[in-house]
Design a binder for this molecule. Structure first.
Ligand code: SF4
Length: 503
């Protein structure tokens, strides 16, 4: 087990480093292995794009490939890196720098300067992040990946997106080059757009690296776990959980920074919080301890109408909304497109949904009835109703204007259920639909189908084969379940949420 830290040890839980050193035998989780495989594939694809030869006889080109990363023997590779640098090579792939405290693998070192005597090197790192986004007014230096070291970078209309891990990688590489008197002062990142490398000033990352390295000095490492978000997917959870339980650590109930104020007051255990009798926080801690999911503030209030519709929308990343599902009088209505998003098909689909919804509303009004459409946490629906109006109103009949959409959203006829659930309840496990609906007796037909799975399923569903058809079916079932869950929650709330203890 190497004792040096890597950049990945500097982000997130620092107790992970302690566990990794104490229990090197614990294998990585399947998810972590899949992530590593994705990173290796990205790295391989980018290395394929790195320049292989010069485009001009006058330009010296000497590329040395030291081997794949991570290196099997980092110490040996670091010696080979020094040798390669000493030759004045213009491109060095698979470099490693190491010292007593840390080590870093560098995808490629690119020589700057025309001659060996005046040369310095720029580290190039591959990242699976989106490292820059197109932008109208911001510009940063970049160069096509296949021209790295062959062309001077140009100002490109992109805005950088900083990721802490990428910053540490570049900062470590630059620091090692600085020690050798070879630091160019800049580094380059190739991210999700593998065809472009974006430059940044590596000096700006150094203070953060200093702080992060100080935090993993042995004297500063934590001696016990504390539950954080990443515990959910950490390979050491089976070791940390019993430790946390034995300590009755408050982070079991309030992970991450959420317990900070109580710790400052000397409350470090769940029982300590219960015993402190601090009102709601203590009640919630006690509810968490005995597995009570919800606590009600008193009698439940829930607006109802004569004509009621439950709505749920599914979108694919930031590309568009492909499914508007609605539940009315025991029937599920799906307005769906499997075609490219941002297209006429998406516009027409939204127009159909909106027209149908407004027809139901108009008919209710004409019959002298009240109308309400319900949605659980309407943030996404509001966003895509507005975006659809902005993108499609001008050229697609049936798509409302932004003003019409805003008028509907701000009317009392569009009801965000989450707002009403929050007004009426508190709960130690949060108030998501997935947490609340089972209390109302509703269970999902599809079991656990979370947001990431739904994104994956949509990617599959745009095909035309049998797998695609199954994915479509799954997405529709998921959506139909969600609208029925919303209905179940509001009916149960109208019955005054039987069985829920009052605060
Ligand atoms: S399980 Fe949590 S506390 Fe333990 S090492 Fe992993 S992230 Fe850290």
């Amino acid at each position: 087990m190497e004792k040096q830290v890597r950049a990945s040890d500097l982000v997130g839980c620092r107790y992970r480093l302690v566990q990794r050193r104490t229990h090197p035998e614990v294998p990585r989780t399947d998810a972590a292995q899949a992530r590593a495989a994705r990173y290796d594939a990205a790295r391989e694809a980018v290395w394929e794009k790195f320049p292989r030869k010069s485009d001009s006889r006058r330009r010296v080109f000497r590329r040395i490939d030291l081997g794949p990363l991570p290196a099997e023997d980092p110490w040996l590779r670091s010696l080979e890196t020094l040798e390669a640098l000493a030759t004045g090579a213009t491109h060095i792939t698979g470099a490693v720098f190491t010292n007593e405290k840390w080590l870093v693998g560098v995808d490629m070192l690119v020589r700057e300067g025309a001659s060996t005597s005046e040369s310095s090197y720029t580290p190039v790192m591959v990242s699976t992040h989106r490292v820059a986004r197109k932008h109208d007014s911001v510009k940063i230096l970049g160069v096509p990946t296949h021209r790295l070291g062959l062309s001077e970078p140009l100002e490109l209309g992109y805005k950088p997106r900083h990721h802490v891990l990428d910053g540490y990688h570049l900062a470590m590489a630059a620091r090692a080059l600085e020690d050798l008197g070879l630091n160019s002062g800049r580094g380059a990142l190739v991210g999700q757009d593998q065809s472009l490398a974006f430059y940044s000033d590596t000096a700006s990352y150094q203070p953060a690296l200093d702080a992060a390295l100080a935090a993993v000095e042995p004297a500063n490492l934590p001696t016990q776990p504390r539950r954080v978000k990443e515990c959910a997917s950490c390979r050491f959870w089976p070791l940390c959980e019993p430790e946390l339980k034995a300590m009755d650590d408050i982070s079991l109930f309030l992970p991450g920074d959420r317990a900070r104020a109580y710790r400052e007051d000397g409350i470090n255990t769940v029982q300590g919080l219960i015993d402190a009798s601090l009102g709601l926080p203590s009640r919630l801690a006690s509810a968490w301890r005995d597995g009570t999911v919800l606590l009600a503030h008193g009698d439940i209030t829930m607006p109802r109408a004569d004509v009621e519709i439950d709505v749920d929308m599914e979108a694919y990343m930031d590309q568009g909304a492909y499914l508007w599902g609605a539940w009315m009088d025991g029937t599920y209505y799906d307005f769906v497109t499997w075609e490219k998003l941002g297209s006429k098909a998406e516009a027409r689909n939204f127009a159909d949904f909106w027209t149908w919804l407004m027809e139901q509303r108009d008919e209710a009004h004409a019959a002298g009835k009240t109308f309400a459409a319900y949605c659980y946490s309407a943030h996404g629906e509001n966003h895509w109703m507005r975006m659809s109006a902005q993108r499609f109103h001008e050229h697609t009949p049936g798509v409302p204007s932004l003003e019409e959409v805003n008028a509907f959203i701000n009317s009392g006829e569009w009801v965000d259920m989450f707002v009403h659930v929050k007004k009426n309840f508190d709960g130690p496990y949060g108030l998501s639909l997935k947490t609340v609906a089972p209390q109302a007796g509703f269970n999902w037909e599809q079991g656990d189908f979370d947001g990431e799975e739904s994104v994956n399923a949509r990617r599959v569903a745009i095909g035309i084969d049998e797998t695609a058809m199954r994915a479509r079916e799954m997405l529709l079932t998921y959506n139909a379940d969600d609208v029925q869950a919303t209905l179940a929650v509001r009916e149960w709330m109208s019955d005054n949420a039987p069985g829920v203890p009052r605060l």
